[in-house]
Design a protein around this ligand. Sequence first.
Ligand code: CP
Length: 312
Amino acid sequence: MLAYQVKQTAGNLLSMNDLDNAEIDTLLNRAEEFKHGVRPHFSEPVYAVNLFFENSTRTHTSFEMAERKLGLTILPFDPSTSSVTKGETLHDTLLTLNAIGAQIAVIRHSQNHYYDALVSGGDLDLGIVNAGDGSGEHPSQSLLDLMTIREEFGAFAGLRVLICGDISHSRVARSNAEALGKLGATVLFAGPQEWFDGSLSALGEYGDWDELLPTADVVMMLRVQHERGVATENFDGAAYAAQYGLTVERAGKMKSGAIVMHPGPINRGVELASELVQAPCSRFVKQMQNGVYVRMAMLERICQERHFGGMQ
Ligand code: CP
């Protein structure tokens, strides 16, 4: 049985800041065990519901797969056919689902920190997993990225991780920069300067893409987030690729043994050349595979902390 420290944020998983290095390690180790076929035993049923108010392919189906592999019972929820369309608030939606019996809610929402009011209200007896809040955090993506990096290099200390692209709108960049810095990696940022968020300066240095690229062990490419209005209607994908994309030519300048990562979805031919998506240096598919196992570990941690499913 795993032992987690009880903290203020116990029973939820909202931000990489909620996890110290030992807890990250425990989650990654458990994810590795799940990857090798270990399964936990729940002596009572656990009910989970996935609420995705923003579109998702990976995170939504990956959490659902993780829940199924753990043996959790999933309550169906589709915002577009729910009473959210009649004006019901997020809080009242969760109050309803909790009253019906939901114990874990996996939520993606466009509002940064949507979870603050839910957690501080004190009237919801359910574990909240943040599956992405606006341009805030994406802890499950960060954990699967960490798992993929650790599988490759064995450790984080001394690694140079270069994050390039639409940084200001990226919850992946923020979560990863927070976690990687704590774990001893050097985080570097590149991409259009106007898309760099100064608040991230404390987490890593912003520099020239072509100068930093040959120095990186991990090259993490970010999608241009058109849905957040980052690019104008005159956005020229080919021009962006030429200046900031990881083209085949640029990939040739990467350090030997360096890997390419992308959280997906990919704008092929814009931030990442199509030829590189499944190239030997790419870990794009592995990231998605690992996502299921880290999400299992996250869900199990919440069950453990809340004593769901008969866990002590
Ligand atoms: N990486 C990621 O969050 O992908 P989805 O938007 O498809 O979930």
